[in-house]
Design a protein around this ligand. Structure first.
Ligand SMILES: [Zn+2]
Length: 279
């Protein structure tokens, strides 16, 4: 299995919303805010090449919404999904699978784009788009809290174009070496890929742990639907990650791609940070 980082660009979100009940005096030590209290976040996908499978995990925010929508998110940086894949020598048509951790717009917006006649088309023309039945039902009948994050134009065309499939939640595996963990605190049945890579286990931690700054247990996003459950899920996962020496791969950390964690007397904390290509 080969793994490659695919940077799709940076955006900004309110620092307070990203750290829930934790005061700015604490979270601003790891995440600097601008004059509007916004912090910069990455939208970092991961490309998994294994045999004839070319799997992209998540795909960034895309470009379908209007200027008013994007004015809230301050997209910036030189990277885009297309450019980053091109730099790796991978064409959009070569992607065989797009594995979607969940269907919030900053994770799945890049998978559907406008075609030359203004119609929706799949960015990855040959790919299977993977979700799961529980999350699909949750996302397509959204609660008022998450409605602004589940955008129909990102989601429904996958099914209408015939490219949507559901993973098997019973086996929690896409193929040997590509398993996943499900967590429910952020949203229903978010899926975190767990990959066997160079003799180690690497977990794509998505919105369970958006950044290194979210490793201490109370640092939970205000966006989470079930924050107490997130705290339990984090505690269990981080204890296992420390014990089994997992590598964590961050989707949203603007600086750190990967880290390991260690048990300390204060609980689990970051051990080493590094780039994917340093593994
Ligand atoms: Zn999310």
């Amino acid at each position: 299995m080969e793994l490659y980082t695919v940077n799709t660009g940076f955006f900004k979100l309110d620092g307070g919303a990203m750290f829930g009940v934790v005061p700015k005096t604490l979270w601003s030590r790891t995440n600097q805010a601008d004059e509007n209290n916004l912090c910069t976040w990455a939208m970092r996908s991961l490309l998994v090449v294994d045999g004839n499978r070319v799997v992209l995990i998540d795909n960034g925010i895309g470009d379908k919404q209007d200027a008013k929508f994007f004015s809230h998110y301050y997209l910036h940086g030189e990277d885009s999904l297309e450019k980053s894949l091109k730099n790796l020598g991978v064409g959009l048509h070569q992607i065989t699978d797009n594995f979607l951790t969940h269907l919030h717009f900053d994770h799945c917006g890049g998978g559907i784009r406008y075609g030359s006649h203004g119609q929706y088309e799949a960015t990855f023309s040959r790919a299977t788009y993977w979700s799961n039945p529980d999350h699909w039902n949750w996302a397509t009948r959204p609660n008022p809290r998450e409605k602004a994050s589940f955008l129909e134009e990102n989601i429904l065309p996958m099914e209408e174009l015939g490219q949507l499939k559901f993973v098997d939640l019973a086996t929690s595996s896409l193929f040997p070496g590509f398993d996943f963990i499900t967590v429910d605190g952020h949203t229903d049945k978010q899926m975190l890929p767990k990959l066997q890579y160079k003799g180690k286990t690497l977990v794509f931690v998505a919105d369970l742990l958006p950044s290194v700054g979210h490793i201490p247990i109370p640092y939970v996003m205000g966006y989470d639907t079930r924050p107490l459950l997130t705290m339990d899920e984090k505690a269990k996962f981080l204890e296992e990650a420390a014990r089994k020496e997992y590598i964590l791969f961050f989707e949203h950390d603007a600086v750190n791609e990967c880290c390991t964690v260690k048990m300390t007397e204060k609980g689990v904390r970051v051990d080493q940070t590094f780039k994917l290509d340093e593994i």
